[in-house]
Every structure is written in structure tokens, then in C-alpha cells.
Write a protein that binds this ligand. Structure first.
Ligand code: NAD
Length: 526
């Protein structure tokens, strides 16, 4: 074990284990130290420690207590994981779609059996309310797994045909090779699922680097794959820092595709490295989702939708409702309704069933969110929230901001916290223009009872998803991905599955002629 790094602001603790009396109650809920006693890297079907010489401490953001100190992956661990994935590729790519599908159905069953353990681990490392982990993150990931188990049998090329009289052509859809994926900390299990499942369903093998802050459920996901009979080396996890393990994975010559989910700033760096090594690239980046309320909307429904859409996962959701544009006749009532509802939201222990809002992922993230709000005080008005409660964890009150200019930081930048800004608009066109007026384009919603307004909004808004009269729900069958600076490529759905394949044109000569007709363009006459 080397030097300790801890970006979560928690207190240092003795490695490798805590004395029993130092254990926080949360550690009794999910025994991370026992679970990952062998290390926090999963390479070739087994857990092992990293070899970077640097440690990281996972901190419970609800209490500030240390939960697990582990050695980060270094470049040698990435090399070992890529080698394991490369070794496993021939066998896994050569399995029939039916064999891959069977293994993935078993994988879904193992995940479902372990649902409660996954929910506990996710809530501990992220500070997520347990009801969110149990009812959203975990069942969503099980459903994704079942979906891709089915998709594995639907590898399709275009039908064959004689596109020249002398030839028969067809298209094969093939796996790409070793996929290198990088994921953020906000939905660690779902991000692991979104990266791993389409890749392996299509016959690829994968090395996933989760965020250092949240390694537990990615490691458990890979262990469940092994338990389901997916061969060693098909799913590997390297838990390391972005700058070394992450960049090394993206630039690795044996990695054929990079799939990255994270901030737009890091995505640009990842794109540079992936492009310079000519890799297939998939980027799921930041968001600043608009929430457009027309004057015929059901006000109560819009108020409830805005509070739920803004506060899900403590606002640490790339599709969270962050900018509500409300047509003038409803504006005052909407602001009052949102403020009233936000004040009813219960902050507390993520493991209590009654807790609505957990902490942010870390004290550093809480301070970052608070700084956005504090800067906004000079040009906008805080209607409710705007402060941290007196709790040890990284909590921040649900916050409603008004009177901000469209070009202000709080309207334009991704905050990734429980903060909603509301602005008025007059004409429909103005509302839609403002909705499109940020660099991002991941998701959006429009609220109206008028089918023509709804239809116009779905066409006018430049985003990868537009909800009508709702905000947030996702489905395994439907694609998730961005427009503009929110990236390109899709997660979930058949569209995602296709991204993890490459197509090959196969062309047969039908003539058996030695001298083909076209040869005369090179030598001789007809
Ligand atoms: P981040 O960009 O800081 O980190 C994401 C991942 O990249 C982490 O694993 C990190 O270790 C790694 N990383 C950091 N620097 C790197 C580098 N130089 N090279 C390679 N890897 C590097 O993002 P975050 O703070 O973990 O997550 C929040 C961000 O993720 C938000 O911007 C959010 O919108 C975005 N996000 C997007 C989606 C989507 O589907 N579009 C989903 C979830 C989160």
C-alpha cells in the first residue's frame, strides 16, 4: 500500500482494515472491507490489489466515515486487464449468440438474487437514498441485463443480394475487440451495466474503469458475471485514477474502442487520445436539461415533475431538470409551488426508508455546488435552500433560484447538485429558443396539454431525449445519449448494441471466370 489519497474529504484510517470499534454503522450494512479484502481490481475473473503504489479511501458521504482503503490500479494493472480481455476475446466472440444469451440470462438472475446487497453497496458508496437504489438503480440494471441477453440473439446484417450481376454481397456484423470503458460516480451500477452489457452481448470483451470514489458495485457486477458462467477475462474492472489508469486505457494499442461517460471537459481529453490512436469512440457527456412549461400545462403535475426531476440522485444526474422555463401566466404559481414542495423533502440517513434526499457524493462536490449558488447571490435570488444543513455528511438543501439571466453561470453551467433555476418566457418560440441555448443537448421535457405544441417541442428541442409531461424515466429498449456537447453514441437499446459491432461487407464472385470483365480497365481489351 502506498500514499493515501482521499478526494472525499473524509478522515484517514488505518489500512487495510479498520479496528472493529471504528466501524461506522454503514459498514455493518455493507461489509466493504470483507467483500474487497483481496483488492479492488477484477482481472481475469478474480479480485486482486492494484499496483500503482497509491491508495484511495472510499468515504461514506452521509457520515464522512472511511469505508474502504484500497490500492488504485496503475498502468501495469491496465495492461494486465487488457491482456486478460484480449485472451478471452477469441473464445467469447466465437461463442454462438445463443450461448452468450444464455450466459447473460443467468447473469440477470444472479443480479436479481443479489439485489439487496447491490442496493446496500450503492447507497453506502454514493449516499443514495435506499429507496432509489432499490427501486431504480438495481432493478434497472437487472432489466438492462435481461434486455441485452435477448439482444445478443439479434445480431443482424443486411440481407444478401446481387448488387452486381456477377457477385453476391452480404453484411456481417462482428464484435470490435477489447472495449475500454470509463464511467462516472453518479450511477456506478447503471453505468457499469450500460457499458458492459451491449459490449459483451455483441461478443466483445471489456475493461471498465469506474470512478475511484465508487468501485463497489462495478466490482460486484463483474463478479456476478463470473458467477453466471461468463468466462474469465470477458469483464475486467480497473479502479484507478483518470490521469494515469484512465488515459492509459484509452490510449492502449490493444483496445479497439473507447466508451466514456463523464464530464464534457474530460470527454474532450479522452477524445484527443482515442482519436490519435484511431479508436471507435462513444462519448456520453454532461447535460443541463431544460424543463419547458407552456401556459396550458397541468401546473400541479409540472411542479411535482420539476422537483422530482431536479432532485433525483441529489441532482447528480446528467438528465436532471436544471433549467425550468415557465410561460408567464404560470410563472409565479410554479415558483411558489416548487418552493413549497422542495421544503417538504426529507434529508437524512440514506439507509432510512423515509429519506428523500441523500448527501452529494463528497464534501468537495457539496462545496462546489455551494460555490455556484453563492456566486449566483450577486445576480439572482435564492427562493429556498442555498445552504448546507448542520449534518456531518455532504448534504445540501434543495435550492430554487430565480431572476438569473439566461447567459449567467447558474443557467449555463452543469452544477450537478440539487439546484433548480426558473426563468419566465412569453412566446412558445422564445421558450424553445432558450431551452436550446446552452452547449448541452442530452435531455429535455415539455409540459403542455396541447398535442400540437407537444409535437412542435419534440421537433424543435435539440436533445437526445424529449419527454412530454414527464422528466427522467428511462427504458432498456430506448436509446440514451446526447446531441451537441453532450456527446455522441447511445447507451441502452438496440442502437447501443450496434455501436459495439462493426460491419463487414463480404462479396462473392459468382462467375468463376479467370478473366473478369472489369480486368480490361487494368490490362488488355475485352
Ligand atoms: P469526470 O469526467 O470527472 O470523470 C468520469 C470518469 O473519467 C471517472 O472514472 C474519472 O476517473 C475518469 N477520468 C478523469 N480524468 C480522466 C482522464 N484524463 N482520462 C481518462 N479518464 C479520466 O465525471 P464525474 O465527475 O465522475 O461524473 C459527472 C459527469 O458525468 C457529469 O458531467 C455528468 O453529466 C456526466 N454523466 C453523463 C452521463 C450521460 O449519460 N451523458 C451519465 C452520467 C454522468
Amino acid at each position: 500500500m502506498g500514499n493515501s489519497s482521499n478526494s472525499n474529504g473524509g478522515t484517514a484510517a488505518a489500512a487495510p482494515g479498520f479496528p472493529a470499534q471504528d466501524r461506522s454503522p454503514a459498514q455493518d450494512r455493507f461489509p466493504a472491507q470483507d467483500r474487497f479484502a483481496d483488492g479492488a481490481q477484477y482481472i481475469g475473473g478474480r479480485l486482486r490489489p492494484g499496483t500503482s503504489g497509491r491508495d484511495h479511501t472510499v468515504v461514506d458521504p452521509a457520515t464522512g466515515h472511511d469505508v474502504l482503503r484500497y490500492e488504485l490500479a496503475g498502468t501495469e494493472d491496465v495492461d494486465a486487464a487488457v491482456a486478460a480481455a484480449k485472451d478471452a476475446f477469441t473464445g467469447w466472440a466465437g461463442a454462438t449468440p445463443g450461448e452468450r444469451s444464455d450466459a447473460m440470462h443467468r447473469f440477470a438472475a444472479v443480479l436479481a438474487e443479489r439485489a439487496e446487497e447491490f442496493a446496500q453497496a450503492e447507497s453506502l458508496q454514493c449516499g443514495k437514498p435506499i429507496k432509489l437504489s432499490r427501486e431504480f438503480d438495481v432493478p434497472g440494471s437487472v432489466d438492462n441485463t435481461a434486455f441485452f441477453a435477448g439482444a445478443a440473439r439479434h445480431l443482424q446484417g443486411q440481407s444478401a443480394g446481387e448488387y452486381s450481376a456477377d457477385h453476391t454481397s452480404y453484411v456481417r456484423r462482428e464484435p470490435i475487440g477489447v472495449v475500454g470503458s470509463i464511467a462516472p460516480w453518479n450511477y456506478p451500477l447503471q453505468m457499469a451495466a450500460w457499458k458492459v452489457l451491449p459490449a459483451i452481448a455483441a461478443g466483445n470483451t471489456i475493461v471498465l474503469k469506474p470512478a475511484e470514489l465508487t468501485p463497489f458495485t462495478s466490482l460486484m457486477f463483474a463478479q456476478a458475471a463470473t458467477e453466471a458462467g461468463i468466462p474469465d477475462g470477458v469483464v475486467n474492472i480497473v479502479t484507478g485514477a483518470g490521469r494515469d489508469a484512465g488515459e492509459h486505457l484509452v490510449g492502449h494499442p490493444d483496445v479497439a474502442m473507447t466508451s466514456f461517460t463523464g464530464s464534457t471537459a474530460v470527454g474532450k481529453r479522452v477524445a484527443e487520445i482515442a482519436t490519435s490512436t484511431v479508436k471507435r469512440l462513444h462519448l456520453e457527456l454532461g447535460g443541463k436539461a431544460p424543463f419547458v412549461v407552456f401556459d396550458d400545462a397541468d401546473l400541479e403535475a409540472a411542479v411535482h415533475g420539476a422537483v422530482a426531476g431536479a432532485l433525483i440522485n441529489t441532482g447528480q444526474d446528467c438528465t436532471a431538470a436544471t433549467r425550468a422555463y415557465v410561460q408567464r401566466p404560470l410563472y409565479d404559481a410554479f415558483v411558489a409551488g416548487v418552493a413549497d414542495l422542495m421544503r417538504t423533502v426529507r434529508l437524512g440517513d440514506p439507509f432510512e426508508e423515509s429519506t428523500d434526499l441523500g448527501p452529494l457524493i463528497s464534501h468537495a462536490q457539496r462545496d462546489r455546488v455551494a460555490a455556484f449558488v453563492d456566486r449566483a447571490r450577486s445576480y439572482a435570488r435564492i427562493v429556498t435552500g442555498g445552504a448546507a444543513p448542520k449534518l456531518d455528511g455532504a448534504y445540501y438543501h434543495p435550492t430554487l433560484v430565480v431572476d438569473a439571466a439566461q447567459d449567467s453561470e447558474i443557467v449555463q453551467s452543469e452544477i450537478f447538485g440539487p439546484v433548480l433555476v426558473v426563468l419566465p418566457f412569453d412566446s412558445d418560440e422564445e421558450g424553445l429558443r432558450l431551452a436550446n441555448d446552452t452547449p448541452y443537448g442530452l435531455a429535455a421535457s415539455a409540459w403542455t396539454r396541447d398535442v400540437f405544441r407537444a409535437g412542435h417541442a419534440t421537433r424543435a428541442i435539440k436533445a437526445g431525449c424529449v419527454w412530454i409531461n414527464d422528466h427522467i424515466p428511462i427504458l432498456s429498449e430506448m436509446p440514451h445519449g446526447g446531441y451537441k456537447a453532450s456527446g455522441f453514441g447511445k447507451d441502452m437499446s438496440a442502437y447501443s448494441f450496434e455501436e459495439y459491432t462493426q460491419i463487414k461487407h463480404v462479396m462473392y464472385d459468382n462467375t468463376a471466370a479467370v478473366r473478369k470483365d472489369w480486368h480490361r480497365t487494368i490490362f488488355g481489351d475485352r
